[in-house]
Ligand binder design. Structure first.
Ligand code: SF4
Ligand SMILES: [Zn+2]
Length: 138
């Protein structure tokens, strides 16, 4: 992972391809906004493509909850939001879904997305059905 490495309890494994790579330690004072961070991180994001620890990386860092900025689990995150994803990084890297009352509806799909977790089976079939509500302004 990149970004702040002093989050408590986070220990990127020595077997990870990013271990000790200074390009994965972007200092906070080197970027001011998402564009800066993407420019710094995108050239090394490919390294996550060979990493067998993508899901573990996301489990450890919990980037959504910790509002993480940097590379984690094959994605570039800015304040806990994914702004770039490796083409082959699938939802299986993300935490399992929380079941909610809204599951099986567009609101359920959105709730999973906001929590940056996998879609549950009910929401997944709904999501793939292309039945998402269009915004009011559409
Ligand atoms: S997924 Fe990427 S950032 Fe995480 S341990 Fe692997 S190489 Fe490092
Ligand atoms: Zn659901």
């Amino acid at each position: 992972m990149t970004g702040t490495r002093n989050l408590s309890g986070i220990h990127v494994t020595q077997h990870a391809p990013c271990w000790g790579d200074l390009d994965f330690a972007v200092a906070d004072d080197r970027w001011k906004n998402a564009t800066d961070l993407i420019r710094l991180c995108e050239p090394v994001l490919y390294v996550c493509g060979n990493c067998p620890f993508r899901a573990a990386c996301i489990r450890q860092v919990r980037p959504s909850k910790s509002e993480f900025s940097g590379i984690c689990g094959g994605r570039i995150w800015v304040n806990g939001v994914i702004v770039r994803t490796l083409p082959d990084a699938g939802p299986e890297d993300l935490p399992p879904p929380v079941n909610r009352k809204a599951c099986g509806t567009a609101a359920g799909v959105r709730a999973h997305r906001r929590a940056v977790e996998q879609q549950c089976p009910k929401c997944e079939s709904f999501d793939q059905g292309g039945q998402l509500e269009l915004p009011d302004s559409a």
